[in-house]
Ligand binder design. Sequence first.
Ligand SMILES: [Zn+2]
Length: 313
Amino acid sequence: MTVSWEKSCKPLSEGGLDIRSLSTLNESTNLKLCWDLMNSKEDWALLLRSKVIRGRRVISHHIFSSIWSSIKNLFSTIQSNCGWQIGNGYDINFWLDNWCGVPIASQLNIPSHLHANLTNKVRDFILNGQWNFPSSMHICFPQVIYIAEQVTIPFEATKDKRIWLPSNNGDLSFKQAFEFKYGVGQNIKWAKDLWCPDIPPTKSLLVWRILHNKIPTYENLLVRGFQLPSWCSSCNIFCESTFHLFFECSFAMHLWNWLLSIININIQFTNCFDFLKLLDRNWSPQCRIVLKACMFNIIYTIWIRRNHVRFKN
Ligand SMILES: [Zn+2]
């Protein structure tokens, strides 16, 4: 009975094991490679760019390139997630590129079939380091001029820079590519308490499986079609469920009551997560680790004893 691969590949904070999915790693590497192709000044990128990029589009015919065949589908992803930092304005399409927050063509709702005619570069409207629009633009598109004039033209005309919008520094690192491909998950409160260098991972792993309800107790095996003796091996009275075995059975209660009496807390467990509430108190860091180790060892002991009774009589 295993936790799904998808869950295992989540970060620790989201209840996973922080295993990197190979397919997501591959997609992230390809995204980074596509970014490098579009921005690098290295020979391989200059050569491949000259072969596959035509203005704002990419070629649709086949070429013999293992790199290109892997990344050609990511070109649109890069384009829709990047913006431009104006330098000399030579590389930026005034209407279609995102250099002022949202592409001007989108702000004006210009239909896509007209986009091929919108070929002006930003440099066409810059003169001596100032915005310079023809009088027809002032009459027909005053709002466009207003939008443009919110953007400051740099004093020193450098090369235009493509920036990756989801990142803070504008560059796309491999880490950011992975985060982009993986997406943002939801943190789980209990997840951060499971893993700790002072507790052996085998014990943390058992607790992790319990919290994911992936322990082969009778109740869980029955759902999967296994017909086995149903009684709890510890008490031989009740049906064995995960909650019963670890938190309700007389043997488990004996151990938990022993711990609760030492830390002087009275709590009734109603589900498999309640024991983590013990950690919510205002413990010092050292006490917290000791308490956590005790809790995990109780759970581990219950499981080892149950398997010993069941399989070794
Ligand atoms: Zn029992």
